[in-house]
Design a binder for this molecule. Structure first.
Ligand code: SF4
Length: 150
């Protein structure tokens, strides 16, 4: 049921064709993506990631930098919602489990949210992963095309 809701939300969000600049688009990353053996303090600041490639945080930071996005790592639903409600945020690409995504889409309304469910090969909330190509497609479908250079 949550999967159907998320697919429906993503379809509607794409149909709204809202196009915004990277500095208004928030990439929201769940803490459970961090490799459980990693000792970097990325909860405080995601920039503490050394980008070793051991987990998908490194790939998400590459996407952030490529498109100049806002990016936050959230330890839970409340923290994620506080990030999504910041005034500069006009739309969100969120990675999380289906339960968190469903709650987040409803709570963030009317801000558009494109939701990308994570993968959980080790069970919930630990060493999760995400399809980075899918995240990038979601980002591109919300980003305004770059202005042609003069
Ligand atoms: S990419 Fe490496 S340094 Fe960054 S969070 Fe993952 S394991 Fe830690």
């Amino acid at each position: 049921m949550r999967r159907v809701f998320i697919r429906f939300n993503n379809l509607l969000t794409r149909l709204r064709r809202r196009r915004i600049s990277g500095d208004n688009l928030l990439l929201l990353v769940p803490h459970c993506l961090q490799d459980s053996l990693c000792t970097q303090e990325i909860r405080r600041d995601i920039n503490h990631c050394r980008r070793c490639g051991q987990c998908d945080v490194a790939g998400l930071l590459k996407i952030r930098d490529r498109y100049g996005l806002l990016c936050n790592l959230a330890g839970g639903g409340g923290q994620a919602l506080a990030c999504a409600r910041r005034p500069e945020v006009k739309a969100v690409v969120a990675v999380a489990c289906e339960r968190e995504l469903t709650a987040g889409i409803l709570a963030a309304f009317p801000r558009p949210v494109l939701a990308v469910p994570n993968m959980r090969p080790h069970g919930p909330c630990r060493d999760t992963a995400v399809d980075l190509a899918r995240v990038e497609r979601a980002v591109l479908s919300l980003l305004a095309p770059a202005a042609p250079s003069a």
